[in-house]
Write a protein that binds this ligand. Structure first.
Ligand SMILES: Nc1ncnc2c1ncn2[C@@H]1O[C@H](COP(=O)(O)OP(=O)(O)OP(=O)(O)O)[C@@H](O)[C@H]1O
Ligand SMILES: [Mg+2]
Length: 234
């Protein structure tokens, strides 16, 4: 579904990603893990068109998308749940969630998807008229994932799903994500919690200071000595 080849990205003159190659097949859950500052968010911003690469190629279903504006990439089916959630604090939960569907014209499907999203996150249904800024951290993350889902993307990019959240909330959100995958969505998850990411994913890529150093089957990577030592603390 998504194929990234020889991608180089930077901010101004400062290069942050070097020669990235990464592939996502339909209905796969892919984890992208790595330490702070490795370039994970930078890669997601580049996929979603918020950053232009220096060179290289990003293809969605065979079509070159690098260089396209972000709203066009969203329209083609790549949605994002950004790091830090980026909700509109003064707007209600419902308004925030519906913001995800702003490009869609299939009103009936939007209504159905809204009901589906509320079935995934019943807590949101109870708080539709509450302003997003007054939600707890876990609720904000649910609201952000719900908004991402409302775009009905083929591929959903989620940046730092678990950061700062209690394990029970994280489990809750991952449970929702797994239901989404059964609905034919494909997910790329960025996680700092490497063990959690490997447990959830089919395959994983390790980003180390701008380079992909390790990739492969997620369960096999749990036994990889380098990963064990550098990221799992064993
Ligand atoms: N707007 C920017 N201008 C210049 N440099 C930037 C900018 N945004 C990020 N960087 C740099 O790019 C590098 C990668 O940052 P990025 O946010 O992609 O890392 P990350 O892997 O997402 O880290 P974290 O786990 O902390 O979120 C860092 O060295 C960062 O300082
Ligand atoms: Mg980041």
């Amino acid at each position: 579904m998504l194929k990234i080849e020889n991608l180089n990205v930077g901010y101004g003159e400062v290069q942050v990603l070097w020669d990235i190659n990464l592939e996502i097949n339909k209905s796969e859950v892919i984890a992208l893990v790595g330490s702070n500052g490795a370039g994970k968010s930078t890669l997601l911003y580049t996929i979603s068109g918020l950053l232009q690469p220096m060179s290289g190629s990003i293809k969605l279903d065979g079509r070159e998308i690098s260089g396209l504006p972000a709203d066009e990439i969203l329209h083609l089916g790549i949605g994002q749940v950004p790091q830090g959630r980026r909700l509109f604090a003064g707007m209600t939960v419902k308004e925030n969630i519906m913001m995800g569907a702003y490009l869609r014209k299939d009103t009936e499907r939007v209504k159905e998807d809204f009901e589906f999203v509320l079935s995934l996150f019943p807590q949101m249904g109870e708080r539709l008229n509450q302003v997003a800024g007054s939600l707890s951290g876990g609720e904000q993350q649910m609201c952000a994932v719900a908004r991402g889902l409302m775009a009905n993307p083929k591929l959903l990019l989620i940046d730092e799903l678990s950061l700062g959240l209690a394990p029970i909330i994280v489990e809750n959100i991952y449970e929702a994500v797994s239901q989404v995958i059964q609905r034919d969505m494909t997910v790329l998850i960025v996680e700092q919690d490497v063990l959690l990411a490997l447990e959830q994913a089919d395959r994983a890529y390790v980003l180390d200071v701008g380079h992909i150093t390790i990739s492969g089957d997620a369960k096999e990577l749990m036994d990889n000595p380098t990963i064990k030592e550098a990221y799992l603390g064993v």
